[in-house]
Design a protein around this ligand. Sequence first.
Ligand code: ADP
Ligand code: GLC
Length: 495
Amino acid sequence: MKVLFVTPECYPLVKTGGLADVTGALPLALAPFGVESRVLLPAYPGVRDKLTGARKVATLPDLFGGTGALVAGRTADGLQVWLVEAPHLFARTGGGPYLDANGHDWPDNHLRFGALSWVGAEIAAGRLGGWQPELVHLHDWQAALVAGYLHFDRSARPDPPTLLTIHNLAFQGLFGMAELASLRLPPTALDSDGMEYWGNLSFLKAGVRWSDHLSTVSPTYAREILTPGQGMGFDGLLRERQHELTGIANGIDVTVWNPLTDHALTTPYSVRRLPAKAANKAALQAQLGLPVRPDAPLFCVVSRLTTQKGLDLLVAALPRLVARGGQLAVLGAGDRWLEDSFRHAAHEHPEHVAVTIGYDEPLSHRLQAGADAIIVPSRFEPCGLTQLYGLRYGTLPVVARVGGLADTVIDANEAALRDGVATGFQFSPVEVDPLAVALERACELFADTVAWQRVVKRAMTRDVSWSVAAGAYLDLYQRLLATRLPDTSPHPAFT
Ligand code: ADP
Ligand code: GLC
């Protein structure tokens, strides 16, 4: 089966969060099932240089205000990548793929990701690059317009089904209605049952309306987004399609995240060589300027610093962690007020809190290896990957009971401890006091070395690889393909 992934990010080429980890790993995990994937993304600065065998496969003479090219290449892991090379849209340095140097959205993001989607639709229709996918897998609003272009141009034969995976409903791709013409979509696209959304146009709504199927990245988030409380204004639209919405929890790349082979670590370790984890803790404490104390429970955070992640609650709960002798190491970047709160906390508690503001992939690995626990107090979390890295590294997750966090961590309550199934700590509701209580529970269990080690071993032996999720995606792909009968009229309804 041939599948085209369309995405704005892909690890190790360009990453701002978990979306990149997913689109970098899932195609590789699908390969053993006979899925031949290609990943289409923009050629941001430096991306082409990370590919081997990069070569132009098509010219794009009129790509939304300039000339572009389609470039094919491979990553070191053998991922087949296609780049939309369009200097007028993507050859810019700023604050990552979406933002200018001042942290504002690029004003022409509709054109940038409209162009990505348009190229995706051309490939899907078999008109570009000499390779036609049998199915197109779209990721987030930046790719969602592929479904719009295919909806209005039904000439593709065969007509590949589209699956839109929503990684985060908070990002809806909203732009002024006047932008429609520049996106080469007909005026009817803005009908209220089209992509019009409260006086704007929404790329995400185009995907929700016109993709053949929708998925999101955990079963619990798939249920949550059907409710007004978590649906972010899209719950009504999603309820209309709830029978075509599937929740599949993410896995992680267990070769990139393997404490036995991870080059970022001071000392490799595994579940059978667990004492070596302590060397990573000591090295991390020393590197961060924290007292090197094996008996102090060391908590970490690796996160974007935004309201979603609930880290303001952690700032408020911090005195109770400090009172228990806990240490906290934070790595993150994002909203200025949160960065400042953590800087302030480090200043107040220099013996207990170390904060690194920035994005640092190797340090994120060292934190996962050296800490005893990782805190993820998100207000909502479609899946979350850092708690999965925590499980793999024996760094017990302390998580809010929402979304994928609820699905992937088993709370160390009495019954779960007795049955030997606990892997971390959950709290609910997502407020300061329940978080502080969970942190205190973690400190208590940490003091009981034997009990703690038992939970660590259980966490490390949980299967967090992509194999389960890849099988679920394959099933879904096959169901979608089965709805496409050869030579029928375009887009038969999927049931
Ligand atoms: P989200 O995609 O919402 O940010 P996830 O938990 O799914 O949340 O994925 C976050 C990814 O980004 C993980 O791979 C995490 O290790 C990484 N990450 C987040 N912040 C940083 C940072 N400051 N430095 C390095 N890696 C980070
Ligand atoms: C989004 C979500 C996160 C999820 C990631 C990958 O960024 O916020 O929960 O793990 O996508 O699917």
